[in-house]
Every structure is written in structure tokens, then in C-alpha cells.
Design a protein around this ligand. Structure first.
Ligand code: C2O
Ligand code: CU
Ligand code: CU
Length: 502
């Protein structure tokens, strides 16, 4: 099925069974998985709210068996781990968010263009036993979005434990676009996460100083809450909606046999035309939709390069590698996709009639510029204060200001378009802005990477990235929008700010 030779080329180590890294003997970080009898990937339950505009999600706890012979305590929306895929469309939307847990949660609609009061950010907690029922208006074009809890200081831990799900903003025109649209058959939603497990199958959340500094990465791939599964696909063109739901891992995705991945949509919706990519970088919080052609009947695996923030590329990669046996440079298998002739083959060509629109900076009046530096506070003596904790936590900030829920950092005028210039001098950070769509106009002084050409709300910044941000949704002092690093440990530690739009 998978050509071992292609993935072993160049001395890379392929691990089957969902484990990301082959570690030295005796250092296996998680339980091993039977590679011969891999289960078929399940699709998340679909809630179709396109007719009524109504759906309910309840945060709850449960247990999840990621491996034979062990269970993990997890949380999810409507189920034990993760949530459903909710399909919505333009018009009225009335979600009911219920908190069945014993601590506050929220439901942030990551990627939806809705006002601050409906956005579900840290200012809008749903307390235990309570219900939040915003009455919203969806105005945006089709896209794949994400939802997750967003309580300041515990977003990372709670998302890690499972409080996240997926939204499809749909219209009924995908048939005209000649795109695969059969949910779970040729239109697959793949929530990609990496996790660590104990020998008895519990989810491990380490949260050590290193895990905060680099973000918490795992050694085991979990797709839609499953470890070691294989996706079945028809002998046809297949659409993959990829959501990076990891806390910190930046994927660089490619096909094991190097076939092209045709990018059709980014965070904010369709491109004008598909773009054939060999590699697709996808940071935490980013989404991408790709078409892959399986009409020749050949199976393949979705692979990834190692995380640029770990290993040699990371700030203290060597030290980390010695500490826990993880090194960052190795490629690994994200998900094998196996052609199954019994599945209906509907779409057999790569459509070029996507119809997305990106106006480009030349056609937009820019009313101002702001700069944001993503700070890790190394100058502040992080290593020198005898420890983990305090000194370092204080160092995570934007423009030297750590997040303060009582401070509005920026005020923007409704209807404006601004240039935002984002800088990092240490590590790559997925920068995310609530309630907006932006276009990436420059990256490190050059034209943007091809996967960043569409509408975005999250982008990996590895040095300097210029954005053209359009502010179409209002946000008040009471319910401002956030901008933050989507490495959730960085966000919780203070690499976040808030802004009003009025
Ligand atoms: Cu997905 Cu403020 O985040
Ligand atoms: Cu968001
Ligand atoms: Cu960061």
C-alpha cells in the first residue's frame, strides 16, 4: 500500500502506527500500535445546521480508548473527545453552547466573521451548568473553520484534552464548482493533532518549561481522535479539509509519492484557481482544503516534515532532543489513504472553477499600519531567575505587553483596511486574528508562499510577515477581538492582545 521505499528515502525514519518518532531502543514514548490491522478512519459526526441555523454543543467529559488496553480521560463537545463537524451557511445562526464541565469553557468560532460579542473569546466564558446562546448572522463565503474553548490560562490544556471541533461554512454550489462534496466519502474532514500518551494510554500534558517555550508537541499522530487509522478513499479526486488542531506543531505536509496537492481553499475560503503544491505548511489554527487525485487507483500517505520549532531548528532543540528523545527534523506519516474501489467515484478531474476572489493590496485603500513583535522575553533573564515558571512566563508578550484581560491594546475603525507587520526573532509563531480575514502581502521581504495567497486568519510568521487586514465586524470594549500566537502554550502565557473595532 504505502511504498516504504519512497518514505524511507534519504535516511528518514518512517514510523507506522501513528507514532511520530522512532526513538532509540527503550525510549518509545507511547504504546505501540499493531501496524497490520489498522482501523479505518472514522468521520466525525456531522450536524447539518444549514436548514435551521440551529445546533447545540455541550462540553462534557468522558473516556477515550486511543489504544488497546488503556483509556484516557478526555473532554469534548457532545462526545468524549473532540466535537462534531457542524455545517452552516449564510444567514441566521443560533448555536446553543452548554457547559457540562465543572470549570468555565467557551466556544470560539475560529474563522467566522462575527461581531466580538458572538466570537466566544476569553471575555465570554460559559460557566459550569450554564448555556450561551448567541444569535448570529453569517455573512461569509464557504470555508472550513474551527471552534474551540478559549479561556485565558487554560486554553492549551483544555484544547489538548479535546475541546475543539470543525465548522463547514457551505453554500449549495460545490456541484457547480465540480468539487467533491460527499461527506466522509470524497470530502474528508481531517482534524490533525499530535499528542503524548502514557504507557497505559492516558493523554499526557507535560507543560514543562520546555513545553511552554517551544509549545507542547506530541510523539503520536491523532487524526479525528484516532491513532493509527487509515482513511479509505474512492478511485477519484478526493477533497481533504485539513485543520491543524495541534497545540504547537507546524506541519509541512506532502504526499509520500510526491503527487501534487491541489490547494483549493485557505482559512477564509476558495482560491480563484487551484494551486499545485509539493509541500503545504500548516500551523496550529490554520486550515487548508486540497484535492488529491486517486483516479489511478494508487494509495499513498500524507506525510509531514518535522516541526521547525523543535530539534535543530528550535531555540533549544538540542537540549530538548537530549531530554526526551524527540528530534525535530524527521519526517513522519500523518495519515495513510487507501483506495477502496467500492466507494463511489464521482469527481475525476481537478476543477479550476473555484471562483474565490482576492482583491490584492493594489485595490484596497490602506488606512494605517501597526507593528506587532511576538516576544519570548529572552532579554528579561528567563533562564536566570532560578527556574521554570515566573520569569519565563512573564516573557511571553506582544510588543512587550503580556496579555491583560483588562487592557485594550489596539483600537481599529470599522470598515478600515490596515497593514499589520508581524515580527518574530525567535521560533516560528502562527499569528491569528479574530473576526477578520487578511491577505498575506509580503513574507520575509518576498512574495508570500503559495499556500498563503488566499484569505487567511492565521499565518505562520518565521521572521517578518506583512498582512492586509480588513475589519468588517465590530467588537466592543466588553467583547473585544483577540490577536495571538496559536501555539496555545504561548497564548496562555501571554502572547496575546485584544482590540476593539468600532
Ligand atoms: Cu483559534 Cu483565538 O483562536
Ligand atoms: Cu480565532
Ligand atoms: Cu508563539
Amino acid at each position: 500500500m504505502i511504498t516504504r521505499r519512497s518514505v524511507l528515502a534519504g535516511g528518514a525514519v518512517l514510523l507506522t502506527g501513528g507514532a511520530i518518532y522512532a526513538s532509540a531502543a527503550g525510549q518509545a514514548a507511547g504504546p505501540m500500535v499493531d501496524t497490520e490491522n489498522r482501523s479505518t478512519l472514522r468521520t466525525p459526526p456531522l450536524i447539518d445546521a444549514t436548514e435551521t441555523g440551529e445546533f447545540r454543543i455541550t462540553a462534557q467529559s468522558g473516556t477515550t480508548r486511543f489504544f488497546q488496553g488503556g483509556t484516557a480521560e478526555t473532554i469534548g463537545f457532545n462526545q468524549a473527545y473532540l466535537g462534531p463537524v457542524v455545517r452552516i451557511r449564510k444567514g441566521q445562526l443560533r448555536p446553543i453552547v452548554e457547559n457540562g464541565l465543572t470549570w468555565p469553557v467557551s466556544a470560539h468560532w475560529h474563522g467566522l466573521l462575527v461581531p466580538g460579542e458572538h466570537d466566544g473569546g476569553p471575555q465570554l466564558p460559559v460557566r459550569p451548568g450554564e448555556v450561551w446562546a448567541p444569535d448570529m448572522e453569517i455573512v461569509q463565503e464557504p470555508c472550513t473553520a474551527f471552534f474551540h474553548t478559549h479561556i485565558h490560562g487554560r486554553t492549551a490544556r483544555d484544547v489538548y484534552s479535546g475541546l475543539a471541533g470543525v465548522l463547514h461554512v457551505a453554500d449549495d454550489r460545490d456541484r457547480d464548482r465540480e468539487l467533491p462534496e460527499t461527506y466522509g466519502v470524497d470530502d474528508l474532514t481531517l482534524l490533525l493533532q499530535d499528542r503524548r500518551f502514557s504507557q497505559d494510554g492516558q493523554l499526557l500534558y507535560a507543560n514543562s518549561m520546555m513545553d511552554i517555550m517551544h509549545g507542547m508537541t506530541g510523539d503520536t499522530m491523532v487524526v479525528n481522535g484516532q491513532v493509527g487509522a487509515v482513511a479509505a478513499v474512492p478511485k477519484a479526486v478526493v477533497r481533504l479539509r485539513l485543520i491543524n488542531g495541534s497545540n504547537a506543531r507546524i506541519f509541512s505536509l506532502f504526499a509520500s509519492d510526491d503527487r501534487p496537492m491541489h490547494l483549493i481553499a485557505t482559512d477564509g475560503g476558495y482560491l480563484a484557481k487551484p494551486v499545485a503544491l509539493e509541500k503545504l505548511r500548516l500551523g496550529p489554527g490554520e486550515r487548508a482544503e486540497i484535492l488529491i487525485d486517486f483516479s489511478d487507483g494508487r494509495s499513498m500517505s500524507l506525510m509531514s516534515d518535522g516541526d521547525p520549532n523543535q530539534g535543530m531548528g528550535g531555540m533549544m532543540g538540542r537540549a530538548r532532543g537530549l531530554l526526551d528523545g524527540i528530534t525535530g527534523g524527521r519526517r513522519f506519516e500523518v495519515l495513510p489513504l487507501r483506495v477502496d474501489d467500492r466507494l463511489a467515484a464521482k469527481v475525476t478531474r481537478i476543477s479550476d472553477a473555484l471562483g474565490g476572489q482576492q482583491p490584492g493590496p493594489a485595490n484596497v485603500a490602506i488606512s494605517g499600519m501597526r507593528r506587532f513583535s511576538l516576544d519570548m522575553g529572552m532579554g528579561g533573564g528567563m533562564m536566570g531567575r532560578g527556574g521554570m515558571g515566573g520569569g519565563m512566563m512573564g516573557g511571553m508578550a506582544i510588543n512587550e505587553q503580556p496579555f491583560d484581560i483588562n487592557t485594550i491594546n489596539e483600537r481599529v475603525r470599522l470598515g478600515d483596511a490596515e497593514k499589520w507587520v508581524i515580527n518574530t526573532s525567535m521560533l516560528a509563531h502562527p499569528f491569528h486574528v479574530h473576526g477578520v480575514s487578511f491577505q498575506v502581502i509580503r513574507e520575509n521581504g518576498k512574495d508570500p508562499r503559495p499556500e498563503n495567497l488566499g484569505w487567511k486568519d492565521t499565518v505562520v510568521v518565521d521572521s517578518e510577515t506583512e498582512l492586509l487586514v480588513q475589519f468588517t465586524q465590530p467588537a466592543s470594549e466588553e467583547a473585544p477581538f483577540m490577536y495571538h500566537c496559536h501555539i496555545l502554550e504561548h497564548e496562555d502565557a501571554g502572547m496575546m492582545g485584544q482590540f476593539t473595532v468600532s
